[in-house]
Design a binder for this molecule. Structure first.
Ligand code: AMP
Ligand code: MG
Length: 323
């Protein structure tokens, strides 16, 4: 070990997953990478077979029984979809598949096709039965997409697994979802340092450094997956009411929260809100802090006492403790 600990990496969930520990615990690492693989196999919609795909294939036909943890994630995703003014929608699948943003064959669809697909995305038509853990999509053509929150759920499960191995200081990075466990043993202030990516710059260019302890840091951004056509940028967060990539002042939104699932949920729930509405919304969520990065190159911190932010990019203006 050097002063940065032991770092383990594996290619999983379409990204590089990394795990930082302070003892060389190969058994725990293997168990964790296996766990991530198993969970990915349950949740993915990018292959023909998974429990989520079984639900999607049976849309309009019959309910499908799933593992309890799959049911649990779908339940939480439905709740988030039904929050007032939520931008999150677990039934967004038909639109994600139509746009194909980030995949081969991406395209700006016909307006008529978007309208037709919108009719298949009502989250109230996702019927859950908690007695036998079944899920039924009531209309043919509906499909679930848990891409916005699966990593958060998986990161929290990794934390539980680490605790089983009595590992109390660690950092998990699932690409966009970072979860820190305990204090950092290698910094004088015991806080972990997490880079905030500069939108549309190369991967290692940072806007600043977020300092946290025992917290999740999740970022959603329009620069993660997108294409440009006729000078218009189309990104991968779809507005559930319009069916188009949502169009507001944000380049990215980072949520700092106790669990990674909460970070993943709120980074999408709030993303579609006007900045003022989002800040008012956050006032009610005492355990959650947020960092908004705007197209006007402002970084707006609503960080309460949960984290510290150090600006590295002089092109951006830092606005502290807004409002
Ligand atoms: P994230 O990277 O966590 O911000 O999630 C983005 C992914 O969530 C997309 O690639 C889609 O798979 C999915 N998605 C897109 N729009 C929505 C939405 N409005 N609600 C829920 N999931 C979405
Ligand atoms: Mg997310």
């Amino acid at each position: 070990m050097n002063n940065t600990g032991y770092i383990y990496r594996s290619q999983l969930m379409g990204t590089i997953v990394s795990l930082k520990l302070f003892e060389d615990h190969k058994t725990a690492v293997q168990a964790i990478f296996n766990l991530i693989k198993q969970l990915e196999d349950l949740f993915t919609v990018n292959r023909q077979h998974s429990q989520i795909m079984a639900i999607n294939h049976a849309a309009g036909q019959h309910p499908v029984a799933v593992d309890r943890l799959v049911f649990d994630l779908i339940y939480q995703a439905k709740q988030a979809s039904l929050l007032p003014n939520s931008c999150f929608n677990l039934a967004i699948g038909p639109l994600v598949k139509l746009w194909k943003i980030g995949f081969n064959g991406y395209t700006v669809p016909d307006a008529d096709d978007i309208q037709q697909r919108l009719a298949l995305t009502d989250p109230r038509l996702v019927e859950l039965n908690a007695t036998d853990y079944t899920v039924f999509l009531k209309k043919t053509g509906m499909s679930l997409d848990l891409g916005a929150i699966a990593k958060g759920y998986i990161a929290d499960m990794v934390k539980i697994m680490l605790q089983r191995y009595h590992i109390s200081q660690a950092m998990i990075n699932l690409g966009g979802n970072v979860l820190t466990i305990g204090d950092s043993p290698v910094t004088a202030d015991h806080h972990w340092r997490i880079g905030l990516k500069k939108p549309f710059a190369s991967d290692n260019v940072l806007l600043g450094i977020i300092k946290v302890k025992d917290k999740s840091v999740v970022t959603s951004g329009i620069y993660e997956r997108y294409f440009i056509q006729d000078q218009q940028l189309y990104h991968h967060i779809i507005h559930p009411q319009t069916g188009y990539p949502l169009d507001n002042e944000l380049q990215s939104l980072t949520i700092i929260s106790p669990t990674s699932l909460a970070g993943d949920i709120y980074s999408t729930v709030i993303y579609g809100m006007e900045l003022k509405a989002a800040l008012a919304y956050l006032q009610k969520l005492s355990s959650i802090a947020a960092i908004f990065v705007t197209k006007g190159q402002k970084i707006i911190l609503n960080t309460k006492q949960h984290c510290d932010f150090e600006l590295l990019d002089s092109q951006y203006q830092l606005i502290n403790n807004y409002p």
